[in-house]
Design a protein around this ligand. Structure first.
Ligand SMILES: Nc1ncnc2c1ncn2[C@@H]1O[C@H](COP(=O)(O)OP(=O)(O)OP(=O)(O)O)[C@@H](O)[C@H]1O
Ligand SMILES: [Mg+2]
Length: 384
């Protein structure tokens, strides 16, 4: 990069697109982290928000700075797997004494944990009580991707997902010093209404996109760290921040594409950013997992999938905002969908909102991001 001129305007950072970030590389989240920490002093928190908005990164910062926290990733885990991981996390972290005590009293052997369903809540109780004793009465349990865990567990072993959620709720209510930070990019409704009830005691904090100033700081920091030649670092950084709509994932993704080149001469200008985005969305390797997001509707919505796709297709195609009435009229014309009742339409729209495809916008809905709508238009409707 011969044209790169070092700038001391931004702190240089390397791109880390989709990986685990070191706490110092989590940019622009100080305020939200302070709010979540403040809330955790009072209650447990459910941290929600769109896919890849940075929920796990925020949780990792809170984890790194909380002396008595354990962080569990529930995605793809079984109920027993999650309990087993909890004991191992205690062992590796601050609760080694608690973990050894539990292993001894439950006579837990090395190798995969075996546990009868009725023993699982009791073991969880024991883990929390013992860890609280060792930890001086306070403890923070963080569980990532909990809604999808509950849904998978229910499909595999009906009752087990709800049982775990109910046990976690009971633990929150009976242990004063226990706090939980639960995370999910998909709604609890996938595991049924009982799953939603099981988290009605926690404070819901929805993570927002980065402010323009913070998003520009991240973009500028990555452009500087990667030594990417730009015709005016700040202007290019602002353009990247706006084009990414404040989503740190897309900021990382755009700078990653710029890094891989080819770079225009004498360097990237603001007008080049849209082309970088168009190429990423069109790329058959789907580097931003846009197509996965589109395909996932089929898996997540089952019988309601045709209606969910039709709603999203209609909103992607429309040049202007469409309200529910117009949507109902348009969709009712389709012989595959008819009859479309108002209730089924409202219900699917609410679910698409809880799964962060849509945002309520006045009486209608719109795509959460212009980038998703753009990908939807290209891949589903063939419109550039
Ligand atoms: N504050 C941030 N600063 C810099 N990069 C970030 C930040 N937050 C997220 N990212 C980028 O976005 C990627 C995804 O972040 P993260 O895994 O935290 O999101 P998530 O909301 O947990 O995603 P998912 O919904 O898939 O679980 C990170 O690997 C990183 O590239
Ligand atoms: Mg995550």
């Amino acid at each position: 990069m011969t044209n790169f001129e070092p700038s001391d305007e931004f702190v240089p950072r390397r791109v880390n697109f989709g990986g685990n970030l070191a706490p110092g590389d989590v940019v622009g989240r100080d305020e939200e982290i302070a709010k979540i920490r403040g809330q955790l002093e009072r209650t447990s928190v459910l941290l929600t928000g769109e896919r890849r908005l940075g929920k796990t990164s925020v949780a990792r910062v809170i984890h790194a700075e909380h002396p008595r926290s354990i962080l569990l990733d529930a995605e793809g885990q079984t109920e027993v797997g999650l309990i087993d991981t909890m004991i191992r996390r205690l062992q590796e972290g601050w609760g080694g004494g608690a973990a050894s005590k539990i292993r001894l009293s439950w006579e837990l052997q090395a190798g995969p944990l075996r546990l009868a369903p009725e023993d699982r809540p009791r073991l969880l109780d024991d883990i929390v009580t013992t860890a609280l004793e060792v930890g001086g009465g306070s403890m923070l349990i963080m569980v990532d991707e909990l809604p999808w865990f509950a849904r998978d567990a229910e499909l595999r072993e009906p009752g087990s997902g709800i049982r775990l959620l109910a046990t976690l709720r009971r633990l929150r209510q009976t242990n004063l010093g226990l706090r939980m930070l639960l995370l999910g990019s998909r709604g609890f409704h996938h595991a049924g209404p009982a799953a939603e009830d099981a988290v009605n005691d926690v404070f819901k904090h929805r993570l927002k996109p980065l402010s323009e100033a913070n998003a520009t700081e991240l973009a500028g920091s990555l452009l500087t760290g990667e030594e990417i030649a730009c015709t005016g670092a700040r202007k290019v950084a602002t353009t990247v921040a706006r084009a990414a709509e404040g989503y740190p994932y897309y900021i990382q993704g755009i700078v990653e594409r710029m890094r891989l080149g080819p770079a225009p001469e004498p360097g990237f200008a603001p007008a080049d950013i849209d082309r970088v985005i168009a190429e990423a969305i069109r790329d058959p390797d789907d580097p931003w997992s846009m197509r996965k997001y589109i395909d996932r509707v089929g898996v997540m919505y089952g019988e309601a999938a045709p209606l969910a796709y039709a709603v999203l297709d209609a909103l992607a195609a429309a040049e202007e905002k469409i309200g529910l009435d117009d949507l109902e009229r348009t969709l009712s014309l389709s012989p595959q969908l008819a009859p479309v009742s108002r209730t089924s339409l409202v219900s699917v729209a609410r679910r698409l909102e809880s799964d962060y495809y849509l945002l309520a916008d006045g009486p209608g809905d719109r795509f959460t991001t212009g980038l998703l709508r753009r990908a939807w238009r290209l891949h589903r409707l063939g419109i550039e």
